[in-house]
Unconditional design. Structure first.
Length: 130
């Protein structure tokens, strides 16, 4: 799998993913550590990478744009410890339903004892006509 790791996540996660055989790049490697969320999301989309972040703004951006890609793995309420987060990520990526969802387009929210998958594009449930 191909990943782009956001600045909200330790660069060591990207290094761990590479050691595990994945194609992974941290935004710092591109010089994008101060880039806007839109630029980071666009880079992930252009390179067909799954974005890994702890920034909930990416889910909001995907909902606003209606895009079906890129997939996002969103860490919530985790320890912030890179080794612990990588172990949690490894378990999540080992699940076939997660792999399938990420390939189709999804936001995968990872918490220590909870996993949620929301398919992309996000369709608004409320009729927004005036």
């Amino acid at each position: 799998m191909k990943f782009l790791v956001d600045n909200a996540i330790s660069p060591s996660i990207s290094a761990h993913l590479r050691k595990a055989g994945h194609d992974s790049v941290h935004v710092r490697e591109y010089g994008l550590q101060s880039a806007s969320d839109e630029i980071i999301l666009d880079r992930a989309m252009q390179e067909e990478r799954i974005l890994i972040s702890a920034d909930t703004d990416f889910g909001t951006l995907l909902a606003e744009t209606g895009f079906a890609a890129p997939s996002v793995i969103l860490f919530r309420r985790t320890s912030g410890n890179p080794q612990t987060e990588f172990e949690l990520l490894s378990v999540v990526l080992g699940r076939s339903e997660v792999q399938e969802s990420l390939q189709k387009g999804a936001i995968v929210v990872v918490e220590p004892r909870k996993l949620r998958i929301r398919e992309l594009p996000i369709v608004r449930d409320i009729d927004e006509r005036p």
